[in-house]
Ligand binder design. Structure first.
Ligand code: PYC
Length: 326
């Protein structure tokens, strides 16, 4: 087992994209074996999951954080390979995290304005860094898998939603006239936790039995120029402070399937904190290809330190591997 030894040090740059944090690990992470990013992600979750916990769980991280480890790209012409993870496990793609990663690479002087390809476990994405610092992410293809699926949610009754892929699997529920704002966080957390549990218990999944691990409630927005507002529950239970890049991509796939948004038309998606992404899609080879535009700001850079004997080297509430940090 690869373990932090005495005085292990991991360098990082933190940023936030529309309020949602991203931590890019820039040095000190073990080399991940594998011929593809998918294989490397599998090796990560099988053999190095305690490193994920070290980075993302308290006392060095927190449950809102999405982190990214940079690896050698395996696909041609990519600026970097990137594997995203959070307090619960691995993510497929991450829209806000991609914007944060590009802003971080620019901050480090590794890239400038222009188009940059990133290799991810679910495919290559390309990101345009604009002169003004905004980033447009051309995401992997999005699709609605099932429409109007009903789940029986204890305490809420039947809840209907669409199952869609935007780089992660989402269950999208029309919240009607429900208020999606910061005053409602406790209730929204409770409702989406119940919906998530009901999906798991009733075996509602994405394609090929893939777990649905993001719940997206959406409603209209009263903000001028904004099309919709959402509340997105992430796999570890935290809510996305940003409008969620993969969730917005899944939403575009549903709008396209319902004939409510045409290729090239702009969709402005607002988060529960009021931050926005601008989105649109193109149809390429019959597939919905979303582009999500947003802005990230660097908030910190530093070094995570693991001193020998730290009983919480791997995080609070996480079984500490025997002898791993003596
Ligand atoms: O922006 O795709 C996203 C995302 C996923 C989880 C948190 N943010």
């Amino acid at each position: 087992m690869a373990s932090p030894s005495a005085h292990s040090r991991l360098t990082f740059v933190d940023s936030h994209t529309a309020g949602e944090p991203t931590r890019v690990i820039t040095g000190g992470f073990p080399v991940l074996p594998g011929a593809t990013l998918t294989e490397q992600r599998t090796a990560f979750s099988r053999d190095f999951d305690h490193w994920r916990s070290l980075i993302n769980n308290e006392p060095r991280g927190h449950d809102v954080l999405v982190s990214a480890v940079l690896v050698e790209p395996r696909a041609p012409d990519c600026a970097a390979g990137v594997i995203f993870f959070n307090n619960a496990g691995m993510l497929g793609m991450c829209g806000h995290g991609t914007i944060g990663t590009i802003a971080t690479l620019a901050y480090l002087g590794k890239i400038g304005p222009g188009i940059h390809r990133l290799d991810t476990p679910v495919g290559v994405v390309s990101a345009a860094l604009h002169e003004d610092g905004r980033v447009s992410v051309a995401n992997v293809a999005a699709r609605r898998y099932r429409a109007g699926v009903s789940v029986d949610v204890p305490g809420l009754g039947p809840v209907r939603g669409d199952v869609a892929w935007g780089g992660n699997w989402f269950f999208l529920v029309d919240a009607g006239s429900r208020t999606l704002d910061l005053t409602e966080l406790a209730a929204l957390e409770d409702e989406t936790r119940r919906i998530q549990a009901a999906l798991n218990e009733q075996g509602v999944t994405g394609e090929d039995g893939a777990p649905i691990d993001h719940i997206e409630l959406f409603t209209h927005s009263s903000t001028p120029g904004v099309d919709a507002r959402n509340y997105v529950r992430c796999p570890g239970g935290a809510y996305d402070r940003s409008p969620c890049g993969t969730g917005t991509s899944a939403k575009l796939a549903c709008l396209a399937a319902d004939g409510q948004l045409t290729p090239g038309q702009t969709w402005v998606q607002e988060s529960v904190i009021g931050s926005t992404f601008e989105a649109r899609y193109d149809v390429v080879d019959g597939e919905i290809r979303p582009t999500i535009t947003g802005r990230a700001f660097v908030t910190a850079e530093g070094t995570l330190i693991v001193q020998p004997g730290d009983p919480y080297a791997w995080g609070i509430g996480v079984k500490q591997p025997a002898g791993a940090n003596d």
